[in-house]
Design a protein around this ligand. Structure first.
Ligand SMILES: *Cc1c(COP(=O)(O)O)cnc(C)c1O
Length: 381
């Protein structure tokens, strides 16, 4: 049996090798390494897939967030509300642009930003909300968009973990994550649900003027070559990555289904266990399970990780230190909020392997490993 990995990129590649290799060779033949045809093909296919009017490719998911905030004209000191329970990139760019991150709580069951906490954190300086569709499930966008409308705020969806996930509004409208806010951003880091073989990212918007601006900022602030209208940056998705992504985009729905099957098997194995809380999916959401994350009650998490590791079963803690406790912020005088739910989750969560090439034997080994450790150790007081 293949070893268990958090993500098995090699096995996935072997299944699509002929097509990927041909796509790469086609780029090599044209030598159009930057701005080649595959970039245009992939971005228009991604627009069709997501339903976004504009897809602007860029170099990675962190740049996507930064370019989004630059395009919205946010000024130093403007406040941006984000969850603390997220990958650092979401909040790092806020500080990089000298904006003020305001960290708020997440829902303890879905791990996504809590709309009540957003509303409480709004001040006259608040300019934007950055919901994160954490682990592959949409944040509660209807409530977030309603708050944004009432307070005239921008919404930047950090969709790095949830491409292909959907959200259902109360009127029945179904939308993909990343296409509901003012701007959506995503990452094509290799281990993401739609990953390339290097770095990549994209920005989504339905606003024509904003799309122009995003494109211009990602390209040294120019629309016409050598005429620079605004301060921008250099952030490109290269042609080889776009060609690979186009091959994988055709399979994204299958990849999502494969992840959902793994999650369903895990849910079944852990159902009703008093020490384990399985991920909650909000009604109307299609979760794409970038991560499958359990919460443990009264279990020695380090001990469990060591026990699993001794059986060649990897596991991860996403994330061991929440943003509001990171020195990069506290040294700036930011962070330090009182976020008991976030701190509590940080102590409880554990993510199990989940990817598109998992075998039933893998799932069996992982679930029996987790359950036997919990049943054979005494609960911690
Ligand atoms: C991966 C990730 C990013 C950053 O993407 P990169 O391509 O690595 O820059 C941003 N936000 C979240 C939530 C992520 O998981």
């Amino acid at each position: 049996m293949r070893p268990i990995q958090m993500v098995d990129l090699k096995e996935q590649y072997l299944h699509i090798k002929d097509e990927v290799d041909a796509a790469i060779h086609q780029v090599l033949d044209t030598t159009a390494f930057i701005g080649g045809k595959a970039v245009q093909d992939f971005t228009s296919n991604l627009a069709a897939f997501t339903g976004a009017r504009h897809v602007i490719p860029c170099a990675n998911g962190t740049d996507a967030l930064q370019i989004a905030m630059m395009a919205l004209g946010l000024q130093p000191g403007d406040e941006v509300i984000t969850p603390s329970f997220t990958y650092i990139a979401t909040t790092e760019v806020v500080a990089l642009l000298k904006l003020k991150p305001v960290f708020v709580e997440v829902d303890p069951q879905t791990f996504c930003i809590d709309p009540v906490a957003i509303e409480q954190a709004i001040t006259p300086r608040t300019k934007a909300i950055v919901p994160v569709h954490l682990y592959g499930q949409s944040a509660p966008m209807e409530a977030i968009l309603d708050i944004a409308r009432r307070h005239d705020l921008y919404v930047i969806e950090d969709n790095a973990q949830a491409i292909g996930a959907t959200y259902t509004f109360s009127d029945g409208t179904v939308k993909q994550t990343g296409t509901m806010g003012t701007i959506g951003t995503t990452s094509f880091f290799p281990s993401k649900n739609l990953g390339c073989y290097g770095d990549g990212g994209a920005i989504f918007t339905d606003d024509d003027a904003l799309a122009d601006k995003l494109r211009m900022i990602a390209n040294h602030g120019q629309k016409v070559r050598y005429y620079h209208e605004v301060v921008g940056c250099n952030s490109r998705l290269d042609t080889i990555q776009a060609a690979i992504l186009d091959v994988k985009l055709k399979r994204l729905n299958d990849y999502i289904a494969a992840r959902q099957q793994v999650a369903a098997a895990y849910n079944q194995a852990f159902a009703g266990h008093p020490a384990i809380t399985t991920p909650k999916v909000t009604e109307g959401n299609a979760h794409v399970y970038h991560q499958y994350t359990l919460q443990l009650e009264g279990v020695d998490r380090d001990g469990l990780q060591q026990y699993l590791a001794a059986r060649s079963i990897p596991s991860m803690i996403y994330y061991p230190v929440p943003a509001h406790r990171q020195r990069m912020f506290t040294d700036l005088g930011a962070g330090g909020e009182d976020l008991p739910v976030t701190d509590w989750l940080t102590q409880r969560v554990i993510s199990l392997p989940i990817h598109t090439e998992m075998l039933p034997e893998h799932i069996e080994l992982i679930t029996s490993g987790v359950l036997s450790y919990i049943e054979h150790t005494k609960p911690q007081s």
